[in-house]
Write a new protein. Sequence first.
Length: 135
Amino acid sequence: MSTGGATTVSAQVDPAYPGGPSAVSPVEPAELTTTFTNDGKVPVTSVRTSMAVPDGRTATAVSSPTNNNVGNSRSFTTTWSVTAPRGVDSASHPFSATTSYLWDDGTRNGRASGSTKVLVVAPLPIGSSQLGDDA
């Protein structure tokens, strides 16, 4: 029985404001969430999600990136703490998640991947303000 590619992985960082870009600062860690969804017809086992981040960045799992069993029509979510180094240029960077799993009573390997782009925003210099001067 084939899962028919019916599993998905998504990665998400909350937007800076409603409808805005997903953004992180090199000053403070940001929260990234990955969700593995099993839309297949059978449960999957030995589920493990990993993150691939651009050079110099880190993604540390805050919640477990593994799950023993994800039933059909179920999802498994992992929260990650993502950091960018100081001095990084403001730009959009790809963050990718890959989930591996077993299916068909553990006899077949499966894998699903997903990604998101995250805008790294340089912090304002000390003493600067985003407020305008009306004077």
